[in-house]
Design a protein around this ligand. Structure first.
Ligand code: COA
Length: 225
């Protein structure tokens, strides 16, 4: 499989393969130590054929390797699952559109002996490029408080809530009480708009007709202008 060089000597990135399942599981196990099954899905993903738009359809699994071919970092990203559970977005046509435009990095981890050398940043920058190239408008992630500054330096905006404007003032977003959200617009159509009445910026322009109009405000139910 084609490896991508990084600016770090000897470190390359490549898409995950079925034979990487144990290495990926080992690397990602530190992200959610209380839940041993948190990333079991990644094993199933790695069994899938390699096909676009990401590494495995709408999922991206990327490995970082050192010069000897040892897996030292992993990133797992794909569709935000809240879209499937949300009463507003859980409609087949809308869901299909949104899944093609919003991605989430579910987990990124670097082997403890390689941390602090920029491997994590290379994995995240690579994900930004892959999602951008695949036509996405927004990349998001749940952000541990200690890593807020880190993600800011990587071009993400940190917010209490993720709120996505759909159309005609209607909005949708996940309820994540325990973590804040990091989000990064990926194309010229998508932006984070400040809206009076809302404590977090609103994702504007993710779908055609979903731009937050100038002068929009939140009336407690929907956007008006
Ligand atoms: C977060 C993680 C992926 C970063 O990978 P890395 O290769 O060490 O990161 P980089 O070398 O690119 O950058 C190091 C930066 O991360 C910061 N950082 C890493 N872990 C941190 C932590 N737990 N608390 C605070 N800062 C942290 C460092 O201070 C440094 O900041 P700087 O860019 O201002 O110098 C890695 O620390 C890791 O695997 N952590 C455990 C899993 C995890 O928490 N994943 C994130 C949630 S999915």
């Amino acid at each position: 499989m084609k490896a991508t060089r990084t600016r770090l000597p000897g470190i390359t990135l490549r898409d995950g393969a079925a034979s990487d399942a144990d290495a990926v599981a080992r690397l990602l196990s530190v992200v959610n130590p209380d839940d041993a099954e948190a990333f079991d899905d990644v094993r199933l993903v790695l069994e899938m054929p390699h096909e676009g738009p990401l590494s495995h359809s709408r999922v991206l699994v990327v490995l970082a390797e050192d010069g000897s071919g040892r897996q030292i970092g992993a990133l797992f990203a794909g569709p935000p699952f809240w879209l499937f559970d949300h009463p507003v977005t859980n409609h087949p046509a809308l869901l299909e559109d949104l899944v093609a435009r919003i991605g989430i990095i579910s987990a990124v981890a670097v082997d403890p002996s390689y941390r602090g050398r920029g491997v994590g940043a290379e994995l995240i920058r690579h994900a930004v490029r892959r999602f951008t190239r695949a036509g996405y408008g927004m990349l998001t992630l749940n952000c541990f408080p200690a890593l807020e500054g880190y993600y800011k330096r990587l071009g993400f905006t940190i917010m209490d809530d993720l709120i996505v404007h759909l159309r005609d003032g209607r909005m949708a977003g996940p309820v994540w009480d325990d973590t804040r959200v990091a989000a990064r617009p990926l194309d010229r159509h998508t932006a984070l708009a400040t809206v009076p009445g809302l404590g977090s910026p609103v994702v504007s322009g993710i779908l055609p007709g979903s731009r937050v109009p100038d002068g929009a405000y939140f009336d407690g139910e929907k956007l008006r202008n």
